[in-house]
Design a binder for this molecule. Structure first.
Ligand code: SAM
Length: 286
């Protein structure tokens, strides 16, 4: 994991981020990027800017850009594209989670079976499959699964490293629970609001607790970790801890686990931090 990353957050302020994605420099809106910009001179060199509201905006280009290019996060290569809703195919703040999960998995000294729910373009899938773990990758979006498969090719993953599931996360978890399947590690990165492939809505405040109950039941007899991210305004590390403690204790009173959690932080090159959400990491065992 000692390879350098080619992503960096160069500056933020005035509700925008300036990010280096490999050889290209992008400006994107970010309502949490409050305060003034610290390095105004850097912004003049941006290659593309996302302008307008999240859903209604467009990318405008200062220079011609390729349809896609590769950006590295440690030794993981991700295919980057200028996508709708100011997306690029990677959430750089997840890099700290990828590093933590790999370290945690390494401690078990065995290949783990991992369930990655709301897996998007598969940053976590790539990170764990690269280390020899078997990942079940679940997302309700066909383009997101297609993009994750492109990432699997770029990371030279063996064909049997990932099981690709185009499905509603809650429906899949419930079905796996009924089948008696188990996993050594579970990752959840649910949006505050989303859709199943059939158009059924996902609302975190309504649907998260029942999904976590299925996830708790899906944990193997010697699980390694569970990571839960949150992006709703009411999500806090304490609310996640309370919810998970209740569910994990109800299902198995003897299970030992430890939480660490806080803001999901993205660090700029000058050391300032942007808070992009909430994360709770649960380690099992002694
Ligand atoms: C916040 S993104 C995940 C980011 C990703 N884990 C990463 O850091 O690279 C949310 C993902 O959840 C998916 N999604 C939304 N609703 C869903 C549902 N009901 N079931 C499964 N996936 C869903 C979206 O297609 C999207 O890919």
């Amino acid at each position: 994991m000692n390879s350098p990353s080619s992503y960096s957050l160069l500056d933020f302020g005035n509700a925008e981020r300036l990010e280096q994605w490999g050889e290209f420099r992008l400006i994107r809106p970010d309502p949490t990027a409050t305060g003034p910009r610290i390095h105004p001179a850097l912004w003049a060199d941006a290659d593309a800017v996302y302008e307008g509201e999240k859903g209604k905006g467009i990318w405008t280009h200062a220079k011609p850009l390729p349809d896609s290019w590769l950006v590295s996060f440690d030794d993981i290569q991700l295919v980057i594209k200028l996508a709708p809703y100011k997306h690029t195919g990677a959430f750089p703040e997840q890099q700290l989670n990828w590093q933590w999960m790999r370290e945690r998995a390494k401690k078990t000294g065995r290949p783990l079976s991992v369930l990655n729910l709301f897996a998007y373009t598969g940053g976590a899938t790539m990170a764990l499959a690269k280390d020899g773990h078997k990942v079940t990758h679940v997302d309700s979006s066909k383009p997101a699964i297609g993009w994750a498969k492109e990432n699997a090719i770029q990371n030279n993953l063996p064909a049997d490293a990932v099981r690709w599931i185009l499905e509603d996360a809650a429906v899949f978890a419930e079905r796996e629970h009924k089948r008696g399947k188990t996993y050594d590690a579970i990752i959840l990165d649910p949006p505050a609001f989303g859709h199943s492939p059939t158009g059924k809505t996902w609302k975190v405040e309504r649907d998260l607790a029942p999904l976590l109950e299925h996830c708790a039941a899906l944990l193997s007899s010697a699980p390694s970790f569970l990571v839960l991210n949150g992006y709703a305004r009411n999500d806090t590390p304490d609310s996640f801890k309370r919810l998970l403690t209740g569910i994990l204790r109800t299902q198995n009173a003897d299970r030992k686990f430890l939480f660490e959690g806080g803001n999901l932080l993205l660090k700029a090159t000058d050391g300032r931090e942007l808070s992009t959400g909430t994360v709770i990491r649960c380690s099992f065992g002694a």
